[in-house]
Design a protein around this ligand. Structure first.
Ligand code: FES
Length: 102
């Protein structure tokens, strides 16, 4: 297992997200939900939309293309048309940097 740094925690304010394109990984979405950080795959499991372009509310993100909602914490698809979950990553803030284990 390896820990990789994605961004500074200060770069993602509460209620917002940031798309990161790390080497050798799919595009990732870093979310700040009331001060807690979560990382899931950014590309919607239903199509090619970026979830970072979606609306965030109550710990859920709504896909900007067809309005499927996902739980940011678990990656679970909550509404159609998406049925497949988003991959999630174990996330921690270390020395002010948002990091994931892969
Ligand atoms: S691309 Fe996200 S719901 Fe269709």
């Amino acid at each position: 297992m390896a820990t990789i740094k994605l961004c500074k925690a200060a770069d993602v304010s509460p209620g917002n997200s940031l798309r990161i394109e790390p080497e050798n990984l799919p595009p990732l979405a870093v979310f700040n939900v009331e001060g807690e950080f979560y990382v899931i795959n950014d590309t919607c499991s239903h199509g090619d939309a970026s979830l970072c372009d979606g609306e965030i509310e109550d710990g859920e993100v709504e896909c900007p293309w067809h309005n499927a909602k996902f739980c940011i914490k678990t990656g679970k698809a909550l509404t159609f048309p998406a049925v497949e979950p988003q991959q999630t990553y174990k996330t921690a803030v270390i020395d002010g940097e948002v990091c994931i284990d892969i």
